[in-house]
Write a protein that binds this ligand. Structure first.
Ligand SMILES: C[S@@+](CC[C@H](N)C(=O)[O-])C[C@H]1O[C@@H](n2cnc3c(N)ncnc32)[C@H](O)[C@@H]1O
Length: 417
């Protein structure tokens, strides 16, 4: 059946109305005329799986990546970047019920500081869109940048020379499973982490990546399809570094870091602009991204985070930057007192704040809250609950994730008087 894409839904899928039904078509844009031949039902939504754009909308642009349309990584490269930003501002404004502007990323190719490349019998690249069992073979990922071509070429040379087995998705067989690349965009440092099943790795593996600053071999002994494992060995540096303004952060294969360094700078600057008073709690502090940046600006910072390794990294980062911020292991729901802080910075995972934490905030009444969110839907729910005692002073979107429908939001809340 044939139809015109009316709009994009919040997940960046083109919406085509056919009779009473709405079919979601990936990689399309308003104005495209599409022929949908087959669709499948997923969580009460109809998603086109066999379709063709028979008349493209004039609003399209040429995607930079040759794998766009099959690779599961990017969904919106066919939209001019201004239209992507407009789409995200519209999404935030609709979900939060106020006008929200989105700060565009200054770099829209080569901005990602990390990619996790699948190594499989189906190909070396990314999951094919809509599948967990298939992969698109790639030579370069333009969203990470030129270095990805070099690393993938070295990996293929290693494979040609040594013929290790590649992972067979679904069967849990094969040795090489992932190669993860991380790059400090402001330091130029490169980390390569090879993730394998149990087995032995040729001694000369690191010689293929002699241009990298840090080379790791990790082993995933489980059937889970994850791109990390227990560290078996590393060569050269234990960490690479990234710099946001005057703060340097250590990056380890098993620690999280904001994935777009150029916008991570915008994010930490925005948070530090919104923080009031002197005493700050950095809750969900990870490796201390916000806390250390704030401590460097003279705030007295404590951080709480559930992952002990992230806490260890945060304390190391504090030491490296010569600041006195202290990070502790703890859960959001168990925070003892929020009343002693002038500002609480919250950066929860996609599920948002634990209901117990929401109740605790409403009871302890810290004066200011700076809420950083990667999921505007849970942000909107949490804001509704907090509105009993807090008014929204400022909200801004930061586009951390060009070519995807995702957007980061920073919100400042003030205790009502
Ligand atoms: C979106 S990340 C933010 C990390 C950090 N603020 C940064 O920018 O790098 C969310 C963090 O919350 C932590 N986390 C998840 N559940 C938690 C919980 N119940 N209590 C405390 N921290 C939690 C995760 O380990 C993760 O580090």
């Amino acid at each position: 059946m044939r139809g015109i894409v009316e709009r994009l839904d919040f997940d960046g899928m083109g919406v085509v109305r056919v009779g009473k039904r709405e079919i979601l078509v990936p990689f399309t844009t308003p104005g495209d005329v599409v022929e949908v031949r087959k669709w499948r039902r997923k969580k009460r939504k109809l998603i086109a799986v066999d379709f063709e754009v028979v008349k493209p909308s004039p609003k399209r642009t040429e995607p930079r990546c040759p794998y766009f349309g099959t690779c599961g990584g990017c969904l919106l490269q066919h939209l001019p970047y201004e239209a992507q930003v407009e789409f995200k501002a519209g999404k935030l404004s609709a979900l939060l019920g106020i006008d929200v502007e989105v700060v565009p990323s200054p770099v829209i190719y080569g901005h990602r500081n990390r990619i996790d490349v699948v190594i499989s019998t189906k190909g070396i690249g990314f999951r094919r869109r809509g599948t967990w069992w298939d992969a698109v073979d790639i030579e370069e990922c333009p969203v990470f940048g030129k270095t990805s071509r070099r690393v993938l070429r070295s990996l293929r040379e290693f494979i040609d020379d040594h013929r290790p087995s590649l992972y067979e998705i679904g069967k849990n067989e094969g040795f090489l499973r992932y190669i993860v690349m991380r790059e400090g965009k402001f330091t130029g440092e490169l980390m390569v982490n090879l993730v394998t099943s149990e087995g032995s790795l040729s001694e000369d593996f690191p010689s293929y990546f002699d241009y990298a600053d840090s080379i790791y071999w990790s082993v995933n002994r489980t059937q889970s399809d994850v791109s990390y494992g227990e560290i078996e060995r590393f060569w050269k540096s234990e960490f690479i570094r990234e710099r946001l303004d005057d703060v340097v952060y250590l990056i380890h294969p098993n620690s999280f870091f904001q994935t777009n360094s150029y916008q991570a700078v915008a994010l930490v600057r925005e948070v530090s602009k919104l923080v009031d008073g002197e005493r700050v709690l950095d809750l969900y502090s990870g490796v201390g991204t916000f806390g250390i940046y704030l401590a460097k600006r003279g705030f007295f910072v404590e951080g709480i985070e559930v992952n002990p390794f992230a806490v260890e990294m945060a304390n190391r980062n504090a030491e490296l930057n010569g600041v006195g911020a202290v990070f502790k292991v703890g859960e959001d729901r168990d925070v003892e007192s929020l009343a002693e802080y002038d500002t609480v910075v919250l950066d929860p995972p996609r599920v948002g704040l634990h209901p117990k934490l929401v109740r605790k905030i409403l009871k302890d009444e810290p004066r200011s809250i700076v809420y950083v969110s990667c999921n505007p839907k849970t942000l909107a729910d949490n804001l509704r609950a907090l509105s009993e005692k807090y008014s929204l002073e400022e909200a801004v979107g930061i586009d951390m994730f060009p070519h995807t429908p995702h957007v980061e939001t920073v919100v400042k809340l003030k205790l009502k008087v």
